[in-house]
Design a protein around this ligand. Structure first.
Ligand code: ASP
Ligand code: MG
Length: 429
């Protein structure tokens, strides 16, 4: 069995949905995870925002636009709009209710509820053996808001048994319930995570993530010409790339697959026969695979004379970040100072104030992490120097190497990001 996940653009219109139905209906049993049609999640969030600010008519207008769009898509698919009517009736009532964070979570779940209902109805109408397996009946979060793998496993197996023997089992990505049983979600882009969790739990042959690009490229095609899709990546390389910039795959999606050793294949709905990117636990040795960049980074430096031969300094610095639940990405240290990069500025002010009690603090915004990913084990001499040479004309704020065997990360001003990506492409590929 395989798990196939289709993202928003892959189900972005009636025509795209038909193409997906055709693509999956090859007679082999599979679980099909769907996102909301592209744009819908944003519109639902906009609707919730109108409710939050007390603009009920704004919310109703947004809802009317959505309903009109979906009527047309149903017509395009040749299915009866009546199957969606109950969703829109509930949404309409929601527009008039007072705002709570829960209302927002309820509203945003409709994108996936609707897309999966459309697809199931369409496929059944085509005479295909399809059935819907509601994610809200098996996907569960724990107290930390992370997937509760054990409970999800038990419920998923129950749901599968209850759904019965069908060739094409359709389920919602992204949506789930929390420990209270309320509707929740796996955060933006979380459908990949659903697919990975389901595939990992069931230890399927392969998890396929279908998008509108032919796999992860060796550099960012928005800034660099002539980038190429990567045929193979290891789980670790893919995780670094997903985290540090490659938008195609959600970073959380790799871990469950890696833990259960289920390969992940990234494929393109617009070009189904293209090989895409295959991700498993195999590292091809001695090569640099790809470069990616992540923007919106701050570099924070704490300098302390007392750090000289002192223990506990780093621990006090990290405590501050922990207190404000802010993750540090890169770290470099010298005997008297430590530099860190963070991408979350929601508590930066408080963090800086506390760090000032530990030493002299400086902060720089508008930075980008450039991440070079591949087989970078220390005894592969020469690869690091290639990277540094490529960037000889670019001021580098931090260099992080040796943290893992498959990554060199460099912090540069975002103004130099494109130049850095292009220079690396020229020298490495
Ligand atoms: N529909 C959700 C979003 O737009 C989940 C997903 O597409 O992965 O974030
Ligand atoms: Mg996505």
């Amino acid at each position: 069995m395989k798990v196939l996940k289709f993202g928003g653009t892959s189900v972005g219109s009636a025509a795209r949905m038909k193409a997906v139905a055709e693509l999956v209906a090859d007679g082999e049993q599979k679980i099909i995870v769907l996102s909301a049609m592209s744009g819908t999640t944003n519109q639902l969030l906009q609707m919730a925002e109108y409710i939050r600010v007390g603009n009920a008519s704004g919310a109703t207008d947004t809802m009317n636009i959505l309903e009109k769009k979906y009527r047309a898509e149903c017509e395009g698919l040749g299915i009866d709009y009546a199957v969606l009517k109950p969703f829109f009736s509930t949404l309409r009532r929601r527009c008039l209710q007072p705002f709570t964070p829960q209302v927002e979570k309820d509203i945003v779940s409709y994108g996936e509820l609707i897309s999966t209902t459309m697809m199931t109805t369409y496929m059944v109408q085509q005479g295909l053996d399809a059935a819907l397996m509601p994610a809200l009946d098996y996907m569960r979060l724990n107290n930390d808001g992370e997937p509760d793998m054990l409970l999800t496993e038990r419920l998923l197996r129950e749901q599968l048994a209850q759904t019965g023997e069908h060739l094409y089992i359709i389920t919602q990505g992204f949506i789930c319930r929390n420990t209270e049983g309320q509707i929740d979600n796996l955060r933006r882009g979380g459908s990949d995570y659903t697919a990975s969790i389901v595939g990992a739990i069931l230890e399927v042959d392969e998890i396929q993530i279908w998008t509108d690009i032919d796999g992860i490229h060796n550099n960012d095609p928005r800034y660099v010409e002539g980038t190429k899709p990567l045929r193979n990546l290891s789980f670790d390389e893919a995780a670094e790339l997903a985290y540090f910039g490659a938008k195609i795959l959600h970073p959380t999606c790799i871990l469950p697959a890696k833990m259960h050793n289920v390969p992940v294949r990234l494929l393109n709905t617009m070009e189904p026969s293209a090989p895409g990117t295959y991700i498993d636990n195999h590292t091809s040795s001695g090569t640099i695979k790809a470069v990616a960049a992540k923007d919106g980074i701050y570099a924070v430096r704490v300098q302390s004379d007392r750090m000289l031969m002192a223990y506990g300094f780093l621990s006090r610095v990290f405590k501050v970040f922990e207190q404000y639940r802010t993750a540090i990405d890169l770290i470099t240290t010298s005997e008297v100072a430590v530099s860190m990069s963070v991408d979350n500025d929601s508590h930066l002010k408080e963090i800086l104030a506390e760090l000032r009690t530990l030493g002299t603090v400086s902060v720089e915004g508008n930075m980008s992490i450039i991440s070079v990913v591949g087989d970078l084990r220390p005894n592969n001499q020469g690869l690091e120097s290639l990277v540094i040479t490529a960037l000889k004309d670019i001021p580098i704020r931090m260099i992080s190497y040796g943290g893992s065997d498959h990554n060199i990360s460099l912090l540069v001003s975002s103004d130099n990001k494109v130049k850095a990506l292009q220079a690396l492409s020229r020298c490495l590929f």
